[in-house]
Design a protein around this ligand. Structure first.
Ligand SMILES: Nc1ncnc2c1ncn2[C@@H]1O[C@H](COP(=O)(O)OP(=O)(O)OP(=O)(O)O)[C@@H](O)[C@H]1O
Length: 258
């Protein structure tokens, strides 16, 4: 069965005294179990709004989202519906998403408590998988670097046993040298645990390394979707062509189209 299905989804924000802004406009796509989909587009095109809607954090204005065949809007967010716990999100700013007053070990345990497979992981095991010292479980978020905090956030998300892992610009606040490593780590953990991954980024060159498929978003709409190698080598939509042309060649690793 399709894991995630968006059907003609529209999400609008009411603006004070000025009508509304359509942040997501007529978006339809499917995500299969275990698939890795990159979602790329410029700042403000609606990527975060789409991710928040998939998690049930933003209501659809029209259209629908279903997860494992159930409409997301009907899953009880307040009651922490177990079905919604199967979707876990890693945000851009890990400092904001971690509780500063609690050890990272106890926050990862929160994730383990909602995992249907209770014996899947232990906290030290998870810390090792995200390349952190298992002994660091008794430390607090401020005692870690930005990259390490993002590893903690990934460990906490994986602890919950998600079927869908969403990264909403999870590498945007990190040093360039770390970005690909953290993206690859997320992909590898998703593959190892059998989760699908929706990886949101404005950087097509990183998405190219980790995703099977890429969807390109512009002004609230998906303008192109396809296997990442095809989109990279033969982009069809003019917006995708412009995105690709803007990618700099770094150390001879980048490949400019055409
Ligand atoms: N709570 C809100 N109220 C009103 N408008 C909003 C709200 N959140 C986002 N928007 C607007 O909706 C549009 C899409 O924003 P969104 O954050 O989804 O884009 P994005 O592609 O994720 O951008 P970024 O990469 O900068 O996070 C933008 O024009 C933004 O200003």
């Amino acid at each position: 069965m399709t894991l995630l299905k968006l059907d003609d989804l529209e999400v609008s924000y009411k603006l004070p005294g000025r009508g509304s802004l359509k942040a997501v406009d007529s978006v339809s796509f499917d995500l299969e179990p275990r698939q890795v989909l990159g979602l790329v587009g410029e700042s403000g095109c609606g990527k975060s709004t789409l991710a928040r809607a998939v998690c049930g954090l933003e209501p659809a204005s029209s259209g629908s989202i279903s997860f494992n065949g159930r409409p997301v809007g009907k899953l009880g967010l307040r009651k922490r519906d177990p079905a919604l716990m199967r979707i876990q999100m890693v945000f851009q700013n890990p400092f904001a998403s971690l509780n500063p007053r609690r050890t990272i070990g106890s926050q990862i345990e929160d994730g383990l408590r909602v995992n249907p497979d209770r014996d899947a992981w232990s906290v030290p095991d998870l810390l090792e998988h995200v390349e952190l010292d298992p002994a660091s479980r008794s430390r607090f978020p401020h005692q870690f670097s930005g990259g390490q905090r993002q590893r903690v956030a990934i460990a906490r998300a994986i602890a919950a046993g998600p079927e869908l892992l969403i990264g909403d610009e999870p590498i945007a606040s990190l040093d360039a040298s770390l970005q690909a490593r953290i993206a690859i780590l997320m992909r590898n953990l998703a593959v190892e645990t059998g989760a699908a991954l929706l990886f949101i980024s404005h950087d097509l060159s990183v998405v190219r390394v980790i995703a099977d498929d890429v969807a390109v978003m512009s002004a609230g709409r998906i303008v192109e979707r396809g296997p990442v190698d095809r989109v990279w080598s033969a982009p069809e939509h003019p917006y995708t062509q412009r995105l690709l042309a803007a990618i700099p060649v770094v150390d001879g690793l980048g490949v400019l189209p055409g």
